[in-house]
Ligand binder design. Structure first.
Ligand code: NAG
Length: 469
């Protein structure tokens, strides 16, 4: 019965276009959860910044070229991820197709609101000089561009703003930016989009930092983080839970009241990377404190953290690291990864107060800078002349560029599969080849949009049954 079933399904799916969508993820206690099923959502993803900051301009960012997005979304489906993070975005570029492609692929987006251009971020050495209306045109421009996409998981208000160079009052400015984004969302968006901060792994001040960001202050009820990202490269080569200090991190974050995840991980001191930390991150112990993480990073750039090398003509090579990561994901028990625990949802946020901050690297007061009146006006009336993004139809389609495995052999049959309503990508779910890049004959069929029956049988069985009746 299965082969016939498979063929019928393939036909159905080839015709399907989607304005269908993933289910928005929301924060519940210290977990991310699927807002319809209540299943736990752990971030399983990559940082996505093809070309680095030098590839960025007002009209060009990682979500402005649909052809590249389609290629990458298809390869990410194969890899097995559910989330991408993008650091630099321009409110002036058109993101509708790219954001819709990732939605159709079942992949969520965590977006930094900042840009590397003049006025596009808080200056850690001069926060008061850069906390102004010009900056918020960037910030709210990004909120407008992405607020209507169901696969928008959240916004990062800042990335590693607090570090060795930052002045003492910087944390108060990050809380102020969080406050302003959350108030803008409250007024201008009909969904509660989570807002958080991404921190550098500076261990002596890490606990202070998360406490400062997540604590609640009744005078500034919108200022606290909804989630916390940690950029950490402490697991190198064949390290283990203790050697990498993951035991300390698990302990440090065990009392967090909000979801915490690695917003960057993947030390490359030992190459190729085997990503053995994946089993620890999603394992029993650590997943009490962490909600997964993002591997740095998708494309190979000068610093050699990539999984995929993109050529000038758009063709792509899957590096050994890509296969290694894919194999690690495939070993995970996804049922366990998605199980929500009651105990996770009850944690209470600490109250902001001096006693919370131990180190002295930054101020332990929580008075925030006053919001400029022009920014208040944007919050009340919406950003003027904003380019508000919207979901467009996306169909399953083969990737036009040529894809190679790490030995230089062509990988055939790579295609984007537009998923059914409410589906999320997961390891092994839509891989159209094997981890070593070999594609057998069955894989080549999928170039036309065919999908393997066992996978789709589960997801669309009900819909198909209706169709056959
Ligand atoms: C505070 O943190 C800094 C690193 O940012 C560290 O050098 C210093 O020793 C810490 N001080 C205390 C008292 O823990």
């Amino acid at each position: 019965m299965l082969p016939t079933y498979g063929r019928v399904l393939a036909a159905v799916c080839a015709l399907a276009t989607t304005a269908t969508a993933v289910v928005p993820v929301e924060v519940k206690g210290r977990d991310f959860v699927n807002s319809e099923t209540g299943d736990r959502f752990q971030v399983m993803g990559v940082d996505y910044q093809p070309g680095g900051t030098s590839g960025f301009s007002k009209s060009k960012d990682p979500l402005s070229d649909p052809k590249s997005c389609l290629r990458d979304a298809a390869l990410m489906q194969r890899l097995g991820i559910n989330t991408i993070r993008i650091y630099n975005l321009s409110p002036e570029a058109d993101h509708d197709e790219c954001a819709s492609i990732f939605n159709a692929a079942g992949i969520y987006m965590i977006l930094d609101v900042n840009s590397p251009l003049q006025g596009g971020s808080l200056d850690r050495t001069d926060p008061e000089g850069t906390y102004n209306a010009e900056y918020f045109e960037q910030v709210f421009g990004i909120v407008e561009a992405f607020k209507d996409f169901p696969n928008l998981l959240g916004f990062f208000a800042g990335n590693e703003v607090i570090n060795e160079q930052s002045v003492k009052k910087v944390p108060a400015y990050i809380r102020a930016v969080q406050r302003d984004i959350k108030d803008y969302i409250k007024e201008q968006v009909d969904r509660n989009i989570p807002v958080g901060y991404s921190a550098a792994d500076v261990r002596p001040i890490l606990v202070d930092t998360v406490n400062y960001m997540m604590c609640e202050d009744k005078d500034e009820p919108s200022a606290s983080s909804d989630f916390f990202g940690l950029n950490s490269y402490s697991w190198c080569g064949d390290a283990n839970f203790k050697k990498a200090g993951y035991d300390v991190l698990t302990e440090d974050f065990s009392k967090s009241s909000i979801p915490v995840f690695f917003s960057e991980y993947g030390c490359n001191a030992v190459k190729p990377r085997k990503f053995s930390e994946v089993q620890a991150i999603y394992g029993d112990e650590m997943s009490q404190s962490f909600s997964g993480g993002l591997v740095y990073e998708y494309t190979q750039e000068d610093n050699e953290y990539g999984l995929v090398k993109i050529k000038d003509n758009g063709d792509a090579t899957l590096l050994v690291d890509f296969d290694n990561l894919m194999e690690q994901y495939a070993k995970l028990d996804m049922k366990k990864v998605q199980t929500a625990k009651e105990s996770q949802t009850g944690a209470k946020a600490p109250t902001c107060g001096e006693g919370l901050i131990k180190n002295g690297t930054f101020l332990s007061t929580f008075d925030l800078p006053k919001r400029p009146s022009k920014v208040q006006d944007m919050i009340d009336n919406g950003l003027k002349d904003a380019k508000t993004g919207k979901l467009v139809d996306v169909s399953s389609a083969p990737v036009e560029q040529t894809i190679f495995d790490h030995t230089g052999k062509e990988v055939k049959g790579v295609s984007l599969k537009a998923l059914a309503e409410g589906e999320t990508n997961a390891p092994g779910k839509h891989a159209d080849g094997k981890a070593d890049g070999k594609s057998d004959e069955k894989d080549e069929e999928s170039a036309a949009g065919a999908l393997s029956a066992p996978v789709w049988g589960l997801a669309t069985g009900a819909a198909l049954a209706t169709l056959l009746l």
